[in-house]
Design a protein around this ligand. Structure first.
Ligand code: PHE
Length: 377
């Protein structure tokens, strides 16, 4: 055995026994917090898989500033309160130089004040509520925001589905859902439509029939459900049961294979907007699809996987340009990101630390998500 390998095995073993995640001096500790289990587990798992693939590629290419990335991942179980714990641990115990996460806006917003006060840059791959990055100048994202996504779906409902009257059914427990409902409504009214019913549910509810019956009696021509996939699938099933047969559509929170697993034929013909489709990328996107399939037994990447990958790549690029792992230098370099060639499209970080990017609309067809169109910002 060559000496270097022997020594690194020895030190890894010793650290493992000590039971703490100390990072070797030739490594850059990068934190990630995600919903790997619990209600939105597929979000965290996809995002994590994309992030891991990026870190492996970064390290295989020699790392950054001559050091390898060491990814330290914490699971928040999709539960409120756990993201704050996770991020506190990553910063205080593990000494991470930056934090990647979360998918869900409410959980990113829970972590953001902690990252901001510790001056540790946070990059959310896919949280779309505007408030996420408003927390402060250390908080970034590599995706579009919901004023855009809401307008995209409002125009789609009004112009493509030709709906004049719609209902909106919102998860009041989710900042994402409340924000997207509001922006959709503004866009739909502006497009000359009318909102005939606005009702609420609590994420995790099992019975939506009371509200769906009330929505049906308002006679909408479409129903916008800006929620997450488990609730959306159950809502589509129960809508059919109460005889509400008009088109139902949502936003990026619908994107999970669980949507069709749970919803089966009840989600056929529904639509949602999201960030990415494996069918619509440029050369960079195609290479990513191939690498991801190879790494994960032929599985196709979804939007969270692609954005998770991009979040790690953007961080690596910023650290390279900063020439340092100092929080404030990484922050400045992230803020200066321009035309970065990412899997989900070119990323320029704007003055609000968000990315102006296109959205795609997908349709559920034969149990799959089929690409309909791309809407530029
Ligand atoms: N945009 C959602 C949120 O902010 C999360 C999400 C992103 C879900 C991408 C699916 C795909 O909460």
């Amino acid at each position: 055995m060559n000496r270097r390998i022997f020594f690194s095995l020895l030190s890894a073993g010793a650290l493992g026994l000590a039971g703490c995640q100390k990072t070797a001096t030739d490594e850059i500790p990068v934190g990630e917090f995600a919903s790997l289990t619990g209600k939105e587990a597929t979000f965290g798992q996809s995002s994590h898989e994309g992030t891991v693939l990026a870190v492996e590629e970064i390290n295989a290419a020699g790392g950054v500033l001559g050091k390898k990335f060491k990814l330290l991942t914490e699971d928040n179980g999709s539960k409120p309160g756990e993201s704050a714990n996770a991020v506190n641990k990553l910063i205080a115990k593990d000494g991470v130089v930056a934090i990647l996460g979360e998918v869900a806006s409410s959980r990113s917003m829970e972590a953001a004040p902690i990252c901001q006060s510790n001056k540790i840059p946070q990059i959310s791959p896919s949280s779309t509520n505007p408030k996420v990055t408003e927390t402060g100048d250390y908080i970034f994202r590599v995706c579009f925001i919901d004023p855009f996504q809401g307008t995209v779906m409002a125009n789609f409902a009004r112009k493509t589905l030709k709906a004049q009257k719609v209902a909106i059914f919102t998860d009041v427990k989710s900042d994402y859902s409340k924000g997207l409902a509001k922006f959709f409504k503004e866009g739909f009214l502006k497009a000359g439509g009318q909102v005939v019913s606005e009702l609420d549910y609590n994420g995790g509810d099992k019975d939506f029939k009371g509200q769906l019956t009330a929505i049906k009696s308002a006679n909408p021509e479409g129903v916008f459900v800006p929620g997450y996939y488990t609730d959306a699938a159950l809502i589509c099933i129960q809508a059919k049961e109460v005889g509400l047969t008009v088109p139902i559509f949502g936003g990026d929170g619908w994107e999970s294979e669980k949507l069709t697993e749970i919803g089966k034929e009840s989600v056929e013909g529904t639509y949602f907007s999201t960030h990415y489709s494996p069918d619509a990328g440029g050369p960079k996107g195609k290479a990513f699809v191939e690498a991801y399939k190879k790494r994960y037994n032929g599985k196709l990447p979804d939007a969270m996987a692609a954005l998770g990958y991009d979040s790690a790549m953007i961080l690596a690029d910023a650290i390279k340009r900063a020439g340092s792992t100092d929080g404030s230098k990484i922050r400045d370099a992230l803020a200066a990101t321009k035309d970065f060639d990412a899997v989900t499209g070119k990323i320029t970080i704007n003055a609000q630390r968000d990315a102006d990017k296109a959205a795609v609309i997908l349709k559920v067809k034969d149990g799959k998500f089929s690409y309909i169109e791309t809407i530029a910002p």
